[in-house]
Design a protein around this ligand. Structure first.
Ligand SMILES: Cc1cc2nc3c(=O)[nH]c(=O)nc-3n(C[C@H](O)[C@H](O)[C@H](O)COP(=O)(O)OP(=O)(O)OC[C@H]3O[C@@H](n4cnc5c(N)ncnc54)[C@H](O)[C@@H]3O)c2cc1C
Length: 506
């Protein structure tokens, strides 16, 4: 396809995507390639994207970032899961807690034991609110989140049961600044300036250079498009095309506003459904991030602003900002000599905080496929195939939240109940309903435990359980479940509060 050696990488854009990609490439390939990042202060960054998922912990380690320094620099907090309020129906609540639940058994996931235990205690409500025992009584992450506790914990003391699994909330602007310093320290060259023109090769269509407003041309062999929703290279120049997901993920606007913080600082994100979408709440050390996600077909920006401002914990600290988006994915994440990473490659709405994670996996995949001796079509196609598979797994998981609602309060939610969903998702929902089984592929981001929580939390309670559970007598099952709750509660009791943990970092 193109046999030129790749020596000069140009990253267009200095938001979270640009600086994460620069940090990883500079850390791993820094001695063999030149990395230049172009960003425009005039344009700025999207400035949202403050909640993450656990793999970011290993990403930060891989690029050589110290956790304490990172939390301090970004006003970061710990995230143990996402609390979903009113998603199944008003007044209902459950959590997608990270990490394990209960105890692992061969051939049979723990929730089957819980299901049987529920039947025994004649209580079939799956919700974490109200009835006990709930599925989340057996989640260390959930219990720690509920009591605002945290300390790094690899395993439950004196057992082989896993400890806490965490991610972070952080200030997106501060994270970009922190990574900027880090990537420049690793040898990335930064150029400030607005790109006004893109030069392509006449024959191949490959990008040769970008021209800045001040007349400087920046040439490169490989271009990484991290220009955010502008998609400057991948779409505006190469017209790569977009697969629209809005018939499944109907929200197309967000309105964001920070407000004064409240104490204690909760170690989890809140997602609260409203009549045509949902609201996020992300607690940071210095403020709380808030945003309303909605469908512009069903709600005006003015109504959204009013709804958001009426549902803040504290005084707003800035003017609310409206951001428009279209959910979907770029048809080819890699096209010619351009790889789109971040918002330029598509956007799933922020519900399960997957977008920063997708920056991470795209940058890691680029390392796997790095075309040092020139670009091969086979590599490009495999890269794109893997990205598509990854995105479709995540897409299904996010659609699940909309589909399994029991809210009849608006046409928005009723349409979500009725919508036709991808067959892959339909099969998962039906299999779980009949048998309690859910299967994920080894590379899927969301594990069986994540799927089980959303299914159970949103009313898809299995009609059957795995037969292995019946090898235990009723008494043995009661003992097993009681010993697990005792262990978890005892462990949570001994943890310091999340606030104390943050204080210790100062
Ligand atoms: C409402 C909303 C909420 C979100 N919440 C989450 C969340 O909780 N968790 C999560 O994981 N993700 C979230 N995301 C996604 C997350 O914000 C992004 O994935 C992440 O910030 C990466 O953005 P980016 O770097 O691609 O784009 P941006 O931050 O927009 O950066 C684009 C860069 O390109 C530069 N640029 C653009 N045009 C030019 C030009 N002509 N010349 C020079 N430079 C240019 C800009 O200056 C900027 O530096 C959210 C997104 C939205 C819209």
């Amino acid at each position: 396809m193109n046999k030129n050696k790749i020596e000069n990488i140009v990253i267009v854009g200095g938001g979270t995507a640009g600086w994460m990609t620069a940090s990883l490439l500079a850390k791993v390939l820094g001695k063999t390639v030149n990395i230049t990042l172009i960003e425009s202060d005039k344009i700025g960054i999207v400035g949202v994207g403050e909640a993450t998922i656990p793999p970011i912990v290993s990403f930060n380690k891989a690029i050589g970032v110290d956790e304490t320094e990172f939390i301090k620099a970004t006003q970061g907090t710990i995230k143990l899961g996402i609390e979903f309020n009113n998603w199944y129906q008003d007044g209902d609540s459950y959590m997608h807690a990270f990490g394990n639940i209960g105890k692992n058994f061969p051939f049979c996931d723990f929730h089957h034991f819980w299901l049987r235990h529920q039947q025994n205690t004649n209580n079939s409500s799956g919700s974490s609110s109200g009835s006990t025992p709930s599925y989340w009584d057996y989640s260390l992450n959930y219990q720690a989140a509920r009591y605002n506790k945290f300390s790094p914990l690899r395993s439950i003391p004196n057992t082989n049961l896993p400890g806490l699994t965490h991610a972070y909330h952080f200030d997106a602007g501060l994270y970009a600044k922190f990574l900027h310093k880090h990537a420049v320290g690793l040898g990335t060259k930064r150029i400030e300036g607005k790109i006004v023109q893109v030069q392509q090769n006449h024959d191949s269509g490959f990008i040769e250079s970008v021209l800045l407003e001040n007349g400087t041309a920046v040439t490169g062999d490989l271009f990484i498009d991290c220009s955010g929703l502008a998609a400057l290279l991948t779409e505006k120049t190469l017209s790569t095309g977009y697969e629209d997901y809005s018939h499944w993920l109907p929200c197309d606007r967000a309105i964001a506003v920070p407000c004064e913080k409240v104490e204690p600082i909760e170690p989890y994100t809140r997602s609260t459904a409203h009549k045509v979408g949902w609201q996020w709440r992300i607690p940071l050390q210095h403020r709380t991030g808030n945003g309303l996600v909605y469908s512009s077909k069903h709600m005006s920006d003015e109504e959204a602003k009013e709804l958001l401002l009426n549902n803040l914990d504290g005084k707003p600290l800035a003017e609310p900002r409206v951001i428009s988006f279209k959910t979907g994915r770029r048809l080819k994440q890699w096209h010619k000599n351009v790889i789109a990473i971040g918002l330029s490659s598509g956007f799933f709405e922020p519900l399960e905080s997957t977008n920063i994670h997708l920056v991470q996996t795209a940058a890691l995949r680029l390392l796997d496929f790095f075309p040092h001796n020139g670009i091969n079509i086979e590599e490009v196609e495999e890269f794109n195939r893997q990205s598509k598979v990854e995105l479709e797994g995540i897409r299904d998981f996010i659609i699940l939240h909309y589909k399994l609602n029991n809210r009849g309060d608006s046409e928005f939610w009723r349409a979500c109940q009725r919508m036709e969903i991808p067959e892959s998702l339909l099969n998962k929902i039906e299999l779980f309903k009949k048998t309690g089984k859910v299967f994920c592929k080894p590379d899927d981001l969301f594990t069986e435990i994540a799927w089980q929580q959303v299914m159970i939390g949103q009313g898809n309670i299995p009609e059957d359980h795995h037969p292995l559970v019946d090898t235990l007598s009723k008494e043995q099952l009661i003992d097993l479940m009681a010993s697990l709750t005792t262990l978890i509660n005892r462990t949570v009791d001994k943890l310091p509060s999340h606030d104390e943990f943050l204080q210790l970092l100062k």
